[in-house]
Ligand binder design. Structure first.
Ligand SMILES: Nc1ncnc2c1ncn2[C@@H]1O[C@H](COP(=O)(O)OP(=O)(O)O)[C@@H](O)[C@H]1O
Ligand SMILES: [Mg+2]
Length: 376
């Protein structure tokens, strides 16, 4: 670790939300009940569609919104009734919120000045943070003389300069173009490794969530759908909501019926061996379907989208849409019936009523490898 690495290093705090609720009024219940614990130094990404309560959640941690009920603990200390400045959190917003009349150096040092930190120490910390963020040459500029990416770096610098135990980010990359978003993502991941603050990063962008998070908290209408590592969320989605929210194109969800030995589509086609009976929703990702001669599952091709590195086939199977990702240049006759195989180890089964995943649904079937093989 270099001197710079150790100069700005937070004492990371754990965050615990216990029975937290939020209602703006009787009709607007944004968070019905939330219980979650974030580990010290962990990078949590809160992911969910617009309006699901992500900003509200972050602002309650920061103290910019009051909780309607429940407790928030930061580093074991109850903070829900404390002023924002006493919570040890710093926040980075989507719109930067820099002071336009102040220079980069003044913007970054402002909170230290308010806190009564000496001029000499302010200058030293500004220099350290500016070096970390590649802003050393821009300290005398005003925000209006900076690019979007540089402004966002100043906003990040302003947050980390106080060495907060908790860093909160509300869609900080949304205003940047695609290339810059990517670069800033890499920078943020690197910065997190060096600073080590407990970080909560809100976004509706699944790529940001997958690449930045230690754990992703998927929020749907103020409920936690799943809270787990990116890998677990991708490979073992806990609900149809999660399955469809992560992955591009999203997972296919097909209505199937179990007859005691197999899962069948509405047209009678067998898609998997399965010991249970009843109606289910079957999930399969586009990349887990293979087009191959003699494949046992048939679908009608509708449309072919060439993405250069691979193709997406839009098909129809038993009256339901099906997307298939195939390697570029596959020989497919666009007028023909597709012969497919579904990767049996990568099927997901969901309850028809609750939409929750049925774990180990295929375990019983897997004990009969000979018959499973038939559908691969
Ligand atoms: N100050 C407010 N007064 C009333 N309703 C609000 C207020 N702020 C947010 N909401 C509502 O709370 C819900 C969640 O908002 P928000 O937390 O901003 O969602 P997200 O950040 O996930 O897009 C939305 O339905 C929004 O309209
Ligand atoms: Mg928001």
């Amino acid at each position: 670790m270099t001197a710079i690495d150790t100069a700005i290093r937070a004492a990371a705090a754990d965050i615990e939300l216990i029975g937290v609720t939020k209602a703006y009024d009787a009709k607007t219940v944004v968070i019905p009940q939330l219980d979650v614990a974030l580990r010290p130094g962990e990078f949590t990404v809160v992911l969910g569609p617009s309006g699901c309560g992500k900003s509200t959640l972050l602002q309650m941690i920061a103290g910019l919104e009051r909780v309607s009920g429940g407790k928030i603990l930061i580093g074991g200390r109850e903070v829900q009734n404390l002023e924002p400045k006493h919570r040890g959190c710093a926040m980075v917003f989507q719109n930067y919120a820099l002071y336009p009349h102040m220079t980069v150096a003044e913007n970054m040092a402002y909170s230290l000045k308010v806190a009564g930190v000496s001029k000499a120490e302010r200058a030293e910390r500004v220099a350290t943070v500016a070096k970390m963020l590649g802003l050393a040459d821009f300290l005398a500029r005003k925000p209006g003389q900076l690019s979007g990416g540089q402004r966002q770096r100043v906003a990040i610098g302003r947050a980390i300069i106080r060495e907060p135990g908790v860093l909160l980010f509300d869609e900080p990359l949304s205003n940047l173009d695609a290339q810059l978003r990517h670069d800033m993502r890499v920078e943020l991941a690197d910065l997190h490794r060096r600073i080590g603050a407990t970080s909560v990063f809100v976004t509706h962008d699944q790529v940001e969530a997958m690449t930045l998070a230690d754990r992703i908290l998927i929020l749907n209408k103020g409920h936690i759908e799943q809270f787990d590592t990116p890998k677990a969320i991708y490979h073992h989605p806990a609900s149809i909501f999660v399955a469809k929210f992560i992955g591009s194109p999203p997972m296919n969800i097909l209505a199937v019926t179990g007859d005691g030995s197999a899962l069948r589509l509405a047209d009678g086609q067998v898609v998997a061996n399965f010991a249970g009976k009843g109606s289910f929703q079957l999930g399969i990702r586009p990349e887990d379907i293979t087009v191959k001669a003699g494949g046992p599952i048939k679908a009608q091709i509708r449309y072919r989208e060439d993405l250069g590195s691979h193709e997406i086939l839009e098909a129809d199977i038993a009256g339901q849409p099906l997307r298939i990702a195939t390697p570029f240049g596959a020989e497919i006759d666009p007028t023909s019936t597709l012969s497919l195989s579904f990767s049996q180890a990568r099927l997901h089964l969901f309850d028809n009523g609750t939409s929750r995943a049925i774990s180990n649904a295929f375990d019983q079937t897997k004990s009969a490898p000979a018959s499973v093989k038939e559908y691969q």
